[in-house]
Design a protein around this ligand. Structure first.
Ligand SMILES: *Cc1c(COP(=O)(O)O)cnc(C)c1O
Length: 443
């Protein structure tokens, strides 16, 4: 007997665009490395500089170091890693924001990529899984890292759990002490979590012994994570943004999005995402930037930032990636590695520098930027309109992407243009509802 699988008749034509899906066997099998296209069409990426650059081979996972300076355009995603990506819910849908379009009464067509389906709540798992996979292959037993807001620590804890590695997270005490749920989340995944400064490392002890309630900082936590991995030969240190290999791992987002637009025979006019160090923005747009550099295409790319740390409006120069000057210097747009930034709820956007790849593209005029006010009222109000129409709660950082996409949609309303606007929603906000409450004055 033959069973006919009928397609429901309402799923024809325009309605197909409400959710554009890829089948598991349509998942991209290679990452896109933009470095050779930059070298051939713009200029080569400026290499890291300084004494510390010599230490890179000891600090990084071997394969990640190769990828960091690779001149290959396409790099195979190992089969076992593809299987893990599928466990993490890839490929992820591209949604048409049809309710939001109606609410805004805009002729623009809005599409958003759903990185909020991540098991830990952010796109960061895309590189955490890759790094953990390669570390395991290399015989490393444990990964160490620092975390500020907590998303990176959670993503790494998750990746270590799935690849059977141990995980140690040094978490800035000022945040560690009040984000109880996220701390429990990391521990439930099997990670060891220390408030930093801790008494586990020399760098931490110096400060901890003077004041065991020291609030800590990202640079202190970095020093602790680095020292821990340097003192244990079976451990390696990992980073979750800024670096070339991290952005390359994240291109899975944009490569899926490209295939999804092909399926509905459309192409974006504008692409938007939030930008802290640049990993979700880069992952989303770089495959399309490749089109622009090598084919005859045009897209406007907009990075949504906070006025607290609008790093793309800084200076293009060599600067350290951390406060304590432990890392090599990178050529990037920077506000200065020892600048203090006003606190915001979208803490992942509070970083002094933008990734070298995106900085080079910015220098050549490929990336526009907008910075939203520090009180975050404007941004969160728009995020709530998105929630109330589309039903998903964006991470505080992703709220900037949503707000910027809505601003562009309103411009189309004024001009009558039917632009196709694609934006990335880098994470969900289930663990950040307190932030929405605070900014919106909810009781
Ligand atoms: C960390 C984070 C960001 C900012 O980091 P990028 O490297 O610029 O992407 C944005 N969104 C979410 C959900 C994050 O966790």
């Amino acid at each position: 007997m033959r069973v006919e699988c009928e397609k429901p008749s309402f799923l024809g034509g325009q309605n197909m665009q409400k959710q554009v899906n890829l089948l598991p066997n349509e998942i991209p099998t290679k990452w896109y490395n933009i470095q050779p296209d930059l070298a051939n069409n713009l200029e080569p990426l400026p290499p890291p500089k300084g004494e510390q650059a010599k230490n890179l081979p000891n600090l990084m996972i071997g394969t990640c170091l190769e990828q960091e300076f690779s001149d290959q355009n396409w790099i195979d995603i190992p089969k076992e890693l593809l299987e893990i990506y599928m466990k993490a819910g890839r490929p992820r849908p591209l949604f048409r924001a049809s309710n939001l379009e109606k609410k805004l009464n805009t002729p623009a067509k809005l599409f958003y990529k759903s990185e909020f389906f991540s098991p830990t709540g952010s796109h960061k798992v895309n590189t955490a899984l890759a790094q953990a996979y390669y570390a395991k292959k290399q015989g490393i037993k444990r990964l160490t890292t620092e975390t500020g807001a907590g998303q990176w620590g959670t993503a790494l804890a998750y990746a270590c759990a799935l690849t059977e590695l141990e995980c140690t997270v040094y978490w800035v005490r000022a945040v560690h002490d009040w984000k109880h749920d996220r701390r429990a989340f990391m521990q439930m995944l099997g990670a060891e979590v220390y408030a930093s400064p801790s008494n586990k490392t020399e760098a931490g002890k110096k400060l901890y012994n003077k004041n065991n309630k020291h609030p800590g900082s990202l640079s202190i936590a970095i020093s602790e994570g680095l020292e821990d991995s340097q003192n244990h030969s079976d451990a390696a240190y990992t980073l979750g943004s800024v670096l070339n290999h991290v952005l390359m791992h994240q291109t899975i987002i944009g490569l899926e999005t490209q295939k999804q637009f092909e399926k509905i025979d459309m192409y974006p006019d504008i692409m938007i995402s939030c930008l802290g160090g640049g990993s979700n923005f880069g992952g989303f747009v770089l495959p399309f930037v490749g089109d622009i550099l090598t084919k005859d295409k045009q897209i406007r790319f907009i990075a949504a930032q906070s006025q607290s740390a609008p790093n793309l409006q800084g200076k293009y120069k060599y600067d350290y990636a951390d406060h304590a000057e432990i890392t090599p210097q990178l050529k990037m747009y920077t506000l200065g590695h020892q600048t203090d930034f006003k606190p915001i709820i979208g803490d992942g956007l509070r970083y002094h520098g933008c990734s070298p790849i995106l900085s080079l593209l910015r220098k050549h005029g490929y990336i526009d930027t907008i910075a939203y006010p520090i009180d975050e009222k404007y941004v969160f109000e728009r995020a709530m309109t998105f929630m109330q129409t589309e039903g998903w709660i964006p991470a505080p950082e992703s709220a900037y992407s949503v707000a910027c996409a809505m601003d562009e949609a309103m411009k189309c309303k004024r001009t009558g243009e039917k632009k196709v606007i694609a934006f990335n929603v880098s994470g969900h906000g289930f663990l950040d509802i307190h932030g929405y409450k605070e900014v919106q004055g909810l009781k």
